[in-house]
Design a protein around this ligand. Structure first.
Ligand code: ADP
Ligand code: GLC
Length: 483
């Protein structure tokens, strides 16, 4: 096996900066690829949290003017990760999260902020740094969608590109007027370039121009080529279907390991699942729920958004509570949903608890203490919380869409008879179907042996990056062989 180098470009990376699963993927895949002789360096923006969290920073390049200010590239490390940090204070040193200001609105210059990231990624591919020539550029989501455009329209050769869709809903659309500031020629503004419905589409550009497109599950790869899930891009995705594939995400099984998780009340493994009872008790206390060991306790860990179907769960709460179950929800996002869950917790004291916010430790405690983890998403490219749930013996109850369909084996008759079920799937994604899933879950929970089997099957499922990394490594090697 020849060794290979890849530059991964993403706008988030765990543990330095995270708003969702993209950060988990960007932070874990590089390490997993090492076993396949692929050396990955990760390029990311120098937000305050990143500049404050990196080790051994060393300047390797400076820019006199990068989209309106001076900037530098720092080579640095974070644990085992090799990083290149784009330190451009005028673009990235701000309060708030990577995309939104403290007022909750998109930064008005997001178009330029992420064009800079994409352009620098392309230039590194073209030899900006002496002694570093990556074989492959792997760009993630709309923030890096212009990268293949910068390669193509510069007229200089560069490495092959992989573009990964983590979420088609975020498309990075900007007005035509931005073109003059992007450093791309006028001819880039065409149907087979970056033009998208009269404006500029960053995600569209990536889909149009990358050598290979991947998304994070086979089912989502198929779904987005249809009009229902294609979000206006299904035509282009069908056109490029031969270049599109789905590779499931994994999770970092060191970060998510119930056998030595310092964030939970009691550690356990598949031989000592009964020890979960202590975590359940602690979780009930944390969420102000009645300390009933026998109540079916559902957990939710989620962004509160339309995608995640949590409005459907709200509608189904009377049935959840009526059936004697409990709910511990951790989430942040849409103000309306945040308020509604706060109100639900007041309406059903002792039975429904909600913590509004982002809390890494609490996410672990929910996985370790909840009996079941609910993921009622309307669409889900992959989803990571159900993978963590499998590993922690929280039985996933999920909508049959995208990566949820690919990672949870529904406890239907056949799967139960053959002993391979790991959770419950429901379809269609409606309140009624969700309520039916509560009934099915309740029946399974009442059957101690059946439930334990679901837990054991889940906990022994390989949810690591081992298999996915192998697929990415093969993809990279196939691409390099094409050159
Ligand atoms: P998405 O990226 O669409 O938000 P994923 O399931 O792929 O969904 O990834 C979400 C990640 O963010 C998981 O690691 C999950 O544990 C974490 N997460 C989501 N919401 C919260 C929260 N409120 N507090 C802590 N972690 C959260
Ligand atoms: C996105 C998707 C989620 C996926 C994550 C990482 O945020 O919504 O399904 O798991 O990216 O790929």
């Amino acid at each position: 096996m020849t060794s290979l180098t890849a530059l991964s470009i993403a706008s988030e990376l765990f543990p330095l900066i995270k708003t969702g699963g993209l950060a988990d993927v960007a932070g874990a895949l590089p390490t997993a690829l090492r076993a396949h002789d692929v050396a990955v360096t990760s390029l990311l923006p120098g937000y305050p949290a990143v500049l404050g969290g990196i080790e051994d920073p060393r300047q390797v390049h400076d820019f006199h003017d990068l989209f309106g200010g001076t900037a530098r590239l720092l080579s640095a490390r974070c644990g085992e990760l090799d990083l290149l940090v784009l330190d451009a204070p005028h673009l990235y040193v701000r309060p708030g999260n990577p995309y939104l200001g403290p007022d909750g609105k998109d930064w008005p210059d997001n178009g330029l902020r992420f064009a800079a990231l994409a352009q620098v990624g392309a230039r590194i591919g073209q030899g900006l740094l002496p002694h570093y020539a990556p074989d492959v550029l792997h760009a993630h989501d709309w923030q890096t969608g212009l990268l293949p455009a910068y390669l193509k329209y510069s007229g200089r050769p560069g490495p092959k590109t992989v573009f990964t869709i983590h979420n088609l809903a975020f498309q990075g659309r900007f007005p035509y007027e931005l073109l003059a500031k992007l450093g791309l020629p006028q001819r880039a503004f065409s149907l087979d370039g970056i033009e998208y419905y009269g404006g500029i589409g960053y995600l569209k550009a990536g889909l149009q121009l990358a050598d290979r497109i991947t998304t994070v599950s086979p089912t989502y790869a198929a779904e987005i080529q249809g009009s229902e899930a294609g979000m206006g891009l299904d035509g282009l995705l069908r056109l490029r279907g031969g270049r599109l594939s789905g590779i499931l995400n994994g999770i970092d099984t060191d970060v998510w390991n119930p056998a030595n998780d310092a964030l939970i009340a009691a550690t356990y493994d598949v031989e000592s699942i009964a020890a979960r009872a202590r975590n359940k008790k602690a979780l009930q206390a944390r969420f102000g729920l009645k300390p009933e060991p026998g109540a079916l306790l559902y957990g939710v860990i989620s962004r509160l958004s339309w995608q995640k179907g949590l409005d459907l769960l709200l509608e189904a709460l009377p049935q959840l509570a009526g059936g004697g179950a409990q709910l511990a929800l951790l989430g942040a996002g849409d103000a309306e949903l945040e308020q509604a869950y706060g109100a639900a917790a007041r309406k059903y004291p002792g039975q429904i608890g909600a913590v509004i916010g982002y809390d890494e430790a609490l996410a672990h405690q929910i996985q370790a203490g909840a009996d079941a983890l609910l993921v009622p998403s309307r669409f889900e490219p992959c989803g990571l919380t159900q993978l963590c749930a499998l590993r922690y013996g929280a039985v996933p109850v999920v909508a049959r869409v995208g990566g949820l369909a690919d990672t949870v084996v529904d406890a239907n008759e056949m799967a139960t008879a053959t002993g391979v079920a790991t959770g419950v799937q429901f379809a269609p994604v409606t309140t009624d179907a969700l309520i039916k899933a509560f009934g099915k879950t309740r029946a399974l929970f009442a059957d101690v042996v059946a439930w334990r089997n679901l837990q054991i099957n889940g906990m022994t499922t390989d949810v690591s990056w081992k298999n996915p990394a192998q697929h990415y490594a093969k993809l990279y090697r196939d691409l390099v062989a094409e050159r």
